[in-house]
Design a protein around this ligand. Structure first.
Ligand SMILES: [Zn+2]
Length: 275
């Protein structure tokens, strides 16, 4: 048997979410929102707060744009790179006006539909003065598309007979940044789910000692200074100090240490560990 004095009443978060906030930026402390969207500072996708998090399987809003960018971008890349392959007839056709216009038709939806969230975030970053990765991405793909479109429409303005096109670069960068965003968002959701599962290991109730009596109370009613009883086989409900008793605690979930750790008075007990 061990008794713990809890200190669960304090909060270590200096930036508490305002009332009604359901989303936050994992990169920028203090950025909260009532709606999903992009962070006004760094442009990253906002994450749901743990309390408002309904499901780990919700769809990524950028996924349909990624799929379309790949469907259009892969043939565009093949078309733009075909002149590097050996074979005269194919190479000649890929430099012809119809092939150059086909590159324009494939790249434009990728840049301006699939990449539209990047332009929105870039515009917000410029208006707020917080330049970020999306400012650079938008300038890069916008410049590549604008240069290539000018080379297509007014080739006489360029010194070369066939000015180079960079449509495949604009579409390729858009698709790769979208892929990175989708992978990062999935990884963060999985990490959040693992932390949530770890927190759910904490028991929902605690046994509070008041004088000689013992009562079972919900975990959120535990206050700083309460004496709690933890029986053998129980999980430890909150962080605290051992006041009385002696036992060994399985801390492997937190430390990875497979051997039970001895606990005795004046030693702190981390939350959610089996005793
Ligand atoms: Zn941010």
């Amino acid at each position: 048997m061990a008794c713990c004095s809890s200190h669960s009443g304090d909060s270590r978060h200096s930036e508490a979410p305002p009332p009604g906030a359901a989303w936050f930026c994992p990169m920028c402390p203090g950025v909260f929102s009532e709606h999903p969207g992009a962070c006004p500072k760094c442009g990253m996708e906002l994450e749901p707060l743990p309390a408002a998090h309904s499901s780990n399987t919700e769809r990524d809003p950028l996924l349909p744009r990624l799929v379309l960018s790949l469907v259009l971008g892969i043939p565009l890349m093949a078309l733009a790179m075909a002149h590097m392959l050996p074979g005269g007839t194919t190479a000649a056709w890929t430099q012809s006006p119809p092939a150059r216009w086909l590159q324009f038709l494939l790249a434009t939806p990728v840049v301006f539909f699939c990449g539209w969230p990047f332009f929105e975030r870039a515009a917000r970053s410029i208006s707020s003065g917080h330049l970020n990765m999306f400012t650079l991405v938008s300038i890069g793909i916008g410049a590549a598309w604008a240069f290539s479109t000018a080379a297509l429409l007014i080739p006489s303005a360029f010194p070369e007979a066939h000015p180079p096109l960079y449509f495949e670069a604009a579409a390729g960068i858009t698709a790769l940044v979208l892929l990175g965003q989708v992978l990062e968002s999935r990884a963060r959701r999985r990490t959040g789910g693992a932390i949530k599962a770890l927190m759910q290991l904490a028991p929902p109730v605690a046994r509070r000692l008041t004088g000689d009596s013992e009562e079972e109370i919900p975990i959120d009613q535990v206050r700083t200074g309460d004496l709690l009883r933890v029986r053998p086989g129980d999980s430890i409900p909150v962080d605290g100090q051992v006041k009385e008793g002696h036992s060994a605690v399985d801390e492997s979930l937190l430390s990875g240490e497979s051997l039970p750790v001895e606990k005795s008075p004046a030693r702190r007990s981390p939350q959610a560990l089996a005793i």
